[in-house]
Design a protein around this ligand. Structure first.
Ligand code: AQP
Length: 333
């Protein structure tokens, strides 16, 4: 039995190193394994849960597809589509919102973080976002969902919704209960300006993240300005636990150079941050610049990108419309 892989990325702006190391790098590996059927979704319905500019959204959708392709996802092997074009997603989200419980959603930490202090002014869409995410996953009978660590709680909610639906309607195994695929290490990349906050597209400071479209000079400058502490580089792994910024930068280096954290710590133990940062910039530049160049090239090929989405939408629609028909029968429509 082939594994059914599903994951989504919001077209909310420049994708960054956190998205790459936490999610996209893993998508590419899964795409390259013939034992998997992969579906990668540009989740544009999720992108409108906060205020947004329609013109930018349209460009961001294409840029997300370009990033998938530039990173190594093959559209001939994987389905790439945007969520708004397959209406079953919105429909299933409504039905599943009648299954999900308020108490479950009230526990979601991402809503609390994104809504900030003024929860009353947040959109209902931002609150029910994880239900739409559950619909996305469950429509494709997904068995495995590769995500960054920040999405772990949403995935647990998706599992609860699937099980409750199956129990409530007595349809054992109708919805497959998906397994999260979260990398053991480096599954949460932190802001370059604050080691306790995750790297995010919506952070107001561009210096907080490495965008996948950054130029070499920008990467070097951002790493130079990245927050550290006044001590020399840590000499053992235990030290990292209290030194968030050092831990994050060393983690990025280890992840990009494909070597264990322990080896990286040993390599730079006791050295100055400035020397380490030069090496770090180099590994980032080596990895990101080829992707950045390819994204920019693809963005000039709008028809190519649109055709990938068109083709992906047809394939996704075949699967999702079949599932939603069965959902209708089960709930009694
Ligand atoms: N900092 C991160 N470290 C590791 N993984 C991350 N992901 C996001 N940030 C990090 C993973 O990337 C995938 C796509 O995320 P998304 O764009 O759908 O939404 P997000 O998690 O809300 O990402 P951002 O960058 O913080 O976007 P905004 O600012 O628009 O909300 C997911 O698998 C996610 O885990």
């Amino acid at each position: 039995m082939k594994k059914k892989i599903f994951s989504g990325v919001q077209p909310t702006g420049n994708l960054h190193l956190g998205n790459y190391l936490g999610a996209i790098k893993n998508f590419v590996k899964l795409n390259n394994d013939d034992q998997n059927n992969c579906v990668f979704c540009v989740v544009d319905l999720h992108a409108i849960t906060v205020s947004q500019d329609p013109k930018k959204l349209r460009n961001n959708i294409r840029e997300t597809v370009a990033t998938f392709i530039a990173s190594g996802i093959d559209p001939k092997k994987s389905i790439i589509f945007n969520q708004s074009q397959v209406s079953a997603h919105s429909e299933a989200a409504w039905i599943l919102s009648c299954i999900a419980r308020m108490g479950w959603l009230n526990r979601m930490t991402q809503f609390k973080e994104k809504a900030g202090k003024d929860k009353e002014k947040a959109s209902i869409g931002l609150y029910s976002y994880p239900v739409l995410m559950a619909a996305d996953i469950l429509l494709y009978d997904s068995t495995h969902v590769p995500v960054g660590d920040d999405q772990k709680q949403h995935l647990e909610l998706c599992r609860d919704i699937a099980q409750k639906f199956n129990n409530d309607f007595g349809v054992k195994d109708f919805f497959k209960v998906p397994e999260p695929l979260i990398q053991k290490e480096f599954s949460r990349i932190m802001s370059l300006k604050d080691g306790s906050k995750k790297m995010s597209k919506s952070d107001l400071s561009d210096l907080s993240r490495i965008n996948l479209t950054d130029e070499k000079d920008e990467i070097i400058n951002k790493i130079k300005k990245a927050k550290t502490d006044p001590m020399p580089m840590p000499s053992n792994i235990e030290e990292l636990e209290k030194r968030f910024e050092a831990k994050n930068l060393i983690g990025i280096y280890a992840s990009l150079s494909g070597q264990p954290l322990e080896k990286t710590v040993k390599e730079f133990a006791g050295k100055n941050f400035s020397e380490f940062k030069e090496n770090l910039s180099q590994v980032i530049v080596d990895k990101i610049i080829p992707i950045s160049v390819e994204i920019k090239k693809l963005l000039n090929e709008k028809d190519y990108l649109d055709n990938i989405l068109l083709d992906g939408c047809k394939k996704a629609n075949n699967i999702a419309s079949n599932k939603i028909k069965k959902i209708h029968e089960i709930v009694g429509f």
